[in-house]
Design a protein around this ligand. Sequence first.
Ligand SMILES: Cc1cc2nc3c(=O)[nH]c(=O)nc-3n(C[C@H](O)[C@H](O)[C@H](O)COP(=O)(O)O)c2cc1C
Length: 175
Amino acid sequence: MSRIIVYGSCYGTTRQYAEELSKRTGIEVKAFKDIKNINDYSTVIYMGGLYAGGVEGMKKTLKGLTEIEDKKIIIATVGLADPTDDLNVKTIRNKMRSQLSPALFEKAEIFHLRGGIDYSNLSFLHKKMMSMVYKKALNIPEEEKTAEIRAMIETYDKKVYFVDLNSLDQIVDAI
Ligand SMILES: Cc1cc2nc3c(=O)[nH]c(=O)nc-3n(C[C@H](O)[C@H](O)[C@H](O)COP(=O)(O)O)c2cc1C
């Protein structure tokens, strides 16, 4: 049985992490759309960009996973929110819990990486979504704004890039 790195990426930051991880570990890397049977692999490293709390492609890819007790499963999210902030991590994990079976959520080793965003490059739909989230965020009283919300307001309509390939070290160690 073999090992695989699978990624779900809309704008490339997650793909960049996945390809670098592949280079460092020698493990084959594929986009989630190219995976035919996830049960061909005994070690699955899933990396997905965060979109409104959902991990791109994760649910679709991992829902067919069987005999998880015999497998090694690593999941890494890539988002704008700072993963050194405990509240951000809590928010991401709570959302992930609803996208995975309880057994899979318990079994998976979970990591959080930081990506980037270039508003000028977003699809029409994503631009619309971010504009709605931004307008809503502006109405939140200052003392109730979380670090995640403040970061989103500060970076709105800009280009920011927080990709740090050194943050892959923790995943290399886990592998
Ligand atoms: C519509 C939209 C929703 C997003 N939602 C979140 C989110 O809930 N949490 C987060 O940390 N980042 C969020 N982001 C930021 C992306 O996760 C970030 O840009 C990431 O690097 C994207 O990965 P990709 O380049 O591989 O597609 C969102 C971005 C867009 C465009």
